[in-house]
Design a protein around this ligand. Structure first.
Ligand code: GLN
Length: 499
């Protein structure tokens, strides 16, 4: 098993291979996303509304496909191969967008090529995103206390990519030329793949196909099953290409897809798993159920909070007016600073046998994210009728980051700890599917804060309401946490148990 290999900073070396691969993947994702809305409005000359439509369809579809990628990795490919293939599709997608820049305002074939690039990223992310987190989990034995700190470190890599992508791709794209920004995203993903391939030995053999024979077996289409899957991926690119242009379908697709995925998991759990494993799947589903609420609040950052910062926050500092969009990197910077603190905190508490369980941390996360909104509401009330001091928006992001660290990396770790290995990719994919639902709800909340014609009071009213709702639900989660913990059967996870 994996745990006997060499370590670095007390963690398996493979963690750092995955850290850098995911850093570059997120660099490409967030770097490209920072340019996306401007490319649509300023280059293809779309109006705001259709541009938001395409942006929304893209950002939800990237979190829908990981369920399929996770499932395929569990059953046939293994997580390592899935990450490799996914990275290739992602890199090709970004490079395609970069290379196909036409004259300003020309849509036609250029637009089709652009959609094809987005579709390739959507499919690639489906192969990569859930499975790379699965690989992180497989580096640790089931009861290993280093798993949560390990995911905190991994999460730091995500956010180093998330902070630097927008700066580098954004700057290149908006100043030198769009192609340069998108091209940089593609090159970033290629660098991630180089790391992943060069240091694959450090993964100590985790994430290999469950049954290699099954992968080589011929299928009805005349090629091996492995190649049949890759051919299927090209077909999926065509479907994603179509969906990007039929955005009305995406919401419905999300609901139908989520319902059938949950149904499928429940079916597998109830009919194929022994009691302990079944209970753990129920525990994981409980955590997944809290995802839409958390991300619906958290994802106000890019939309309504961004606009509030722009219109109602005093951003003057040292005689300069700081652009609102710069506040978007505050969360990632806080993560990079605070992730090591949280990793150390979990280890410290664990040594004293005091480490809180995942459901408990989720309850805390929901309370703290709610408090973040209330802090802003409080700060705004101090200067009625005048702009809110910037300190309060920074405080909000501080609370939201602390909440994120109790929620997101903990959730990733819990998915790997609570799933049987034949379902781990599927569960991780479902975690991201719940994120997609959260993003969708976030849009509804942002709309409820009203447009440019209603004052900031309306926004603050909505913030105070969602803040309190989250706190109350968080307290309820704390109260039922002990019962959920029982479903996890932690007592059976001895430190030596393999994943
Ligand atoms: N920011 C994190 C990432 O990109 C979490 C994303 C999410 O689950 N919504 O991986």
């Amino acid at each position: 098993t994996a745990m006997q290999g060499p370590t670095f900073l007390g963690h398996p070396r493979g963690l750092f291979v995955l850290f850098f691969t995911e850093l570059w993947e997120r660099f490409s994702y967030y770097g490209m996303r920072a340019l996306l809305i401007f490319y649509l409005t300023k280059h293809f000359l779309f109006g705001d509304e259709p541009a938001y439509g395409i942006y929304g369809a893209y950002t939800s579809l990237v979190y829908v496909t990981p369920v399929i990628g996770g499932y395929l990795a569990d059953k046939f490919l293994g997580a390592r191969r899935a990450v490799l293939v996914g990275g290739l599709f992602i890199a090709v997608g970004h490079l395609m967008i970069g290379l196909l820049e036409g004259p300003v305002g020309t849509q036609g074939g250029y637009l089709n090529g652009f959609y094809l690039g987005l579709a390739s990223i959507i499919v690639g992310t489906g192969f990569l995103k859930a499975n790379i987190s699965v690989l992180v989990g497989q580096l640790y034995p089931r009861g290993d206390a280093r798993r949560d700190p390990g995911f905190s470190i991994f999460y730091m890599g995500i956010n180093i990519g998330g902070a630097s992508g927008p700066i580098i791709c954004g700057l290149l794209g908006e100043t030198v030329g769009w192609s340069w920004g998108f091209g940089a995203a593609g090159v970033g993903m290629l660098l991630g793949l180089v790391v992943f391939v060069l240091f694959r030995k450090d993964l100590m053999g985790v994430g290999e196909p469950p049954e290699p024979v099954l992968l080589r077996a011929r299928t009805a289409v005349g090629v091996s099953r492995e190649w049949a899957i890759y051919l299927g991926a090209f077909a999926a690119v065509a479907v994603a290409w179509w969906l990007l242009q039929s955005q009305g379908v995406v919401g419905t697709l999300l609901v139908v897809f989520a319902a059938s995925t949950i149904g499928f998991i429940l079916y597998r759990a109830v009919f194929t798993l022994p009691k302990v494993e079944r209970d753990r799947v129920f525990g994981a589903l409980f955590l997944i159920a809290l995802c839409p609420l958390f991300w619906a609040l958290f994802e106000q950052a890019g939309s309504s909070l961004n606009v509030y910062t722009d219109r109602a926050v005093d951003r003057s500092m040292f005689g300069y007016e700081i652009p609102a969009s710069l506040f978007q990197s505050v969360n990632s910077i806080f993560i990079v600073l605070m992730a090591p603190v949280f990793a150390a905190l979990w280890t410290f508490l664990d040594r004293r046998r005091l480490e809180p369980s995942a459901p408990f941390k989720f309850g805390i996360g929901l309370i703290v994210i709610g408090l973040g909104f209330l802090v802003l509401v409080f700060g705004a009330a101090l200067t009625p009728g005048a702009p809110t001091p910037a300190m309060f928006i920074l405080l909000l992001y501080f609370f939201h980051t602390a909440a994120e660290l109790c929620f997101s990396p903990v959730g990733l770790a819990a998915m790997t700890r609570l799933s049987v290995s034949s379902m781990v990719g599927l569960m991780m994919g479902t975690w991201f599917l719940a994120t997609a639902a959260g993003n969708f709800l976030a849009g509804q909340i942002a709309q409820a804060t009203g447009g440019e014609n209603v004052g900031p009071e309306r926004v603050l009213e909505v913030y105070s309401r969602i803040g309190w709702v989250s706190i109350v639900i968080g307290v309820v989660v704390l109260l039922i946490a002990p019962f959920v913990v029982r479903l996890m059967h932690l007592e059976l996870m001895k430190a030596g148990d393999p994943v």
